[in-house]
Structure formats: C-alpha cells, structure tokens
Design a protein around this ligand. Structure first.
Ligand SMILES: [Fe+2]
Ligand SMILES: [Fe+2]
Length: 171
C-alpha cells in the first residue's frame, strides 16, 4: 500500500502536471491567435506531454493501491507581453515543478518509500531536460531579438526535434 503522505504529495503533483498542461494549452492558443504557428505548435506538443505526466502520476497512484484524484484546474493567464516573457514564465513554472518533484523525493526518503523514490527518478531526469530545453529557447530569443520573430517561429520546432534526437542518442 502506498504511504498516505506520499499519496497526498503524488495527488498534489497530479494537479501540478494537469495545470502545466492547461497553462501551455492557453499559451499555445495565445500564440496561435498572434499568428505564430511554430510557437503555438511547440506549446501544443508541450501541453500534451504534461497531460502524459499527469496520467503517469494517476496510474502510479492507482497501481500502488492509492486513489488518484483529478482536481479542478485554475484558469491560466490569458495574455502575455511578449514571446520572450512567455518563455520566461515557462522556465519559472518548470523550476517550480522541479522543486516540487525534489520535495517528493525527499518525502520518499523520509518515509522510506524507496519504490516511489525509484519510480520518480524518471521525472527528476525529465525536469533537467525540460529546463534545459526552455533555456535554449530563451537564449535563442535573446540572439534573434524581437525583430526576427518570423525566423524564430519557423525555427522553434527544429529545436524540439534536435532535443529529441539528442535524447534518443543517449546524450
Ligand atoms: Fe511535467
Ligand atoms: Fe514540464
């Protein structure tokens, strides 16, 4: 049986991953309306990934004899001053998620739940990747500046493919 404190923390993470999915979906929609198809696609794909993260937590909780709860998600912001500000918000949010995952690791150690500690390592590694990918995007935005958004928008999905290829190569 899943330790009750660990179960509660995992259910809180269900909410955080689900909110991440909603947040990136709202951002994708914002970018789409602004005519930035590439940025929108990047965020739509990211929103799907966050939904998969939420599902992973739900299934793990249930498999271990706990009870996953799907919560209500708060409304994400509707507007963004710029694409750069948007990605800075994404980075801040991912850092918040990383800290949250680390707290679960610490709780697993304190509660001697080494099975969950082992399981959640996938998320520890995933967060390193996510933060790195968003930093690459922000660096690129600094490089191109707001004058070249057309080229940035065309280029952004190539960054995702490059990151995926590096992952597949075990990098
Ligand atoms: Fe996530
Ligand atoms: Fe994420």
């Amino acid at each position: 049986m899943l330790n009750k404190k660990v179960e509660k923390a995992l259910n809180e993470q269900v909410e955080k991953e689900g909110y991440s999915s909603s947040l990136y979906l709202a951002m994708a929609s914002w970018a789409e309306v602004k005519g930035m198809a590439g940025v929108a696609e990047w965020l739509y794909v990211q929103s799907d990934e966050e939904r998969m993260h939420m599902l992973k937590f739900i299934k793990y909780i249930n498999e271990r004899g706990g009870k996953a709860i799907v919560p209500e998600f708060r409304q994400p912001g509707k507007d963004h001053p710029s694409v750069k500000k948007l990605f800075e918000e994404v980075l801040k949010h991912e850092q918040f998620i990383s800290a949250s995952i680390n707290e679960i690791v610490a709780l697993c150690v304190a509660e001697k739940d080494f099975t969950t500690q082992n399981w959640i390592q996938w998320f520890v590694n995933e967060q390193i990747e996510e933060e790195k990918n968003v930093r690459t995007i922000i660096d690129k935005l600094e490089l191109v500046g707001s004058q070249n958004m057309y080229f940035f928008d065309k280029d952004i999905m190539a960054l995702r493919q490059a990151a995926a290829a590096a992952d597949a190569g075990g990098a």
